[in-house]
Design a protein around this ligand. Structure first.
Ligand code: S3P
Ligand code: PEP
Length: 421
């Protein structure tokens, strides 16, 4: 159900400390690994939002047991994976790309479907790869059906992963449980969002899986996946939206528990905000951003941290001087065609944005209020919230889309603007 929302204006510089829920990307990797592990695992501080609840529901429909902990975490007990099952992927790339390689280890029929736009997101590469590793799957996009036999031979596969790093991550996550493990080779234009593949490799190694990597090649040895206790980091990509509030209002926002070391690409927001004129510091309180009197535009390649594009585009629309965002052609296959959506919505408020083949160009001009369409995309909705801080009368047509990765974005936004957390 869509939920209309009048984006609140900032009455002055925003000063706040904003605790941010767990990382979507880490939570959904951990849930898959806990489900395939050699014993029970405990997950502390997971994200509980639509994408991760769908992942837990899907794994539980395959025979994995999830028990809610009082601290908000999960105790996960693996079971024999089996169908029949119906998996709802929602609009979650991590569910549609990470779950089929795990479900290929199940016995029985498993049907996958998702939101209307999910049916348009690229899937053929993952499904074709799984077929060549021995799986029996009808279809090349959602909806599709997997006919499982209880095991998968595995082996070597060459794919074009220029459309999404998730194609590689999905195959690697379950590969230790395939008879021969997996070797994935990439052949094509550069793979985007590479830090997310590093996240996959590091997470696998933390549970004893042997992974070797070379340029455009990843090899996972067959073996067991160790059960363990997990502590999920805050979601740094979601944190960027709140840091942006400090950046555009000349305020100061702190995110507690910012990890000292991380594979989350959201960490690169520090350098981005510094280039735009902000002051960024780290203390025992967390990561703090102080906004300048006026932000500057920048020329930036976001291929490695492509999911930050909507936040950076919103900042750019409120900055001084041109911004060019490059290297993100593949985000046309994200929750929506984000390049087209950002250009449409910035221009609908009187802005001057244009598409390029692999990104967009934004020339800041004074904006006016109006409807900002989210296209069911959480990061489009939060980009509208950022612009609404300085532009009165911005109406986000579907703030409910933010539940994809943040359980209560409007509540967090209001608390931030009220000065509390
Ligand atoms: O592996 C992951 O958790 C993700 C990988 C990236 O996907 P793409 O490689 O499709 O950009 C990123 O944009 C997405 O939000 C999460
Ligand atoms: C691209 C994104 O999500 P997904 O995991 O659905 O691909 C995102 O969150 O920006």
């Amino acid at each position: 159900m869509t939920q209309h929302w009048s984006a609140p204006s900032a009455s002055g510089p925003v000063h706040s400390t904003v605790p941010v829920p767990g990382s979507k990307s880490i939570t959904n990797r951990v849930l898959v690994l806990a489900a395939l592990a050699d014993g029970p695992s405990t997950v502390h501080a997971p994200l509980r939002s639509r994408d991760t609840v769908l992942m837990a529901a899907a794994l539980s429909s395959l025979g994995v047991n999830f028990a809610d902990r009082e601290d908000g975490g999960w105790d996960v007990v693996p079971g024999l994976l089996r169908g029949p099952a119906d998996v709802d992927c929602g609009l979650a790339g991590t569910v549609m790309r990470f779950l089929p390689p795990a479900a290929a280890l199940a016995e029985g029929e498993i049907r996958f479907d998702g939101d209307p736009h999910a049916r348009l997101r690229p899937m053929a590469t993952v499904l074709g790869a799984l077929r060549s590793l021995g799986a029996d799957i009808d279809g090349d996009a959602l909806p599709f059906t997997l006919h499982g036999t209880g095991s998968l031979p595995g082996g070597e596969v060459t794919i074009d992963a220029s459309g999404s790093s998730q194609f590689v991550s999905g195959l690697l996550l379950s590969a230790a449980r395939y008879d021969k493990g997996v070797t994935v080779r990439h052949d094509g234009k550069p793979v985007p969002s590479l830090p997310h593949i590093d996240m996959t490799v590091q997470t696998l190694r933390s549970v004893g899986v042997r992974v070797e990597t070379d340029a455009n090649v990843w090899h996972v040895e067959p073996g067991t996946i160790a059960a363990r206790t997990w502590h999920v980091e805050p979601d740094l990509s979601n944190a960027t939206v709140f840091l942006a509030a400090a950046a555009v209002t000349g305020g100061e926002v702190t995110i507690p528990h910012w990890p000292a070391e991380t594979t989350q690409p959201g960490d690169s927001v520090r350098g981005i905000l510094e280039r735009m004129g902000c002051t960024v510091s780290v203390s025992e309180r967390g990561l703090t951003v102080q906004g300048p009197a006026k932000l500057s535009g920048l020329d930036i390649d976001l291929r490695d941290e492509s999911e930050l594009t909507p936040t950076v585009a919103a900042l750019a629309a409120l900055a001084e001087g041109q911004t060019i965002i490059r290297g993100v052609a593949h985000i046309r296959g994200h929750e929506t065609d984000r390049i087209a959506a950002l250009v449409n919505e910035i221009n609908a408020l009187g802005g001057n944005a244009s598409e390029t083949e692999d990104g967009l160009i934004i020339n800041p001009v004074p904006l006016h209020g109006g409807v900002w369409k989210a296209y069911a995309d959480h990061r489009m909705a939060t980009a509208g919230a950022i612009i609404g801080l300085l532009v009165p009368g911005v109406e986000v047509d579907d703030i409910g889309s933010t539940t994809k990765t943040i359980p209560d974005f409007p509540g967090m936004w209001n608390a931030m603007l009220g000065g509390g957390a």
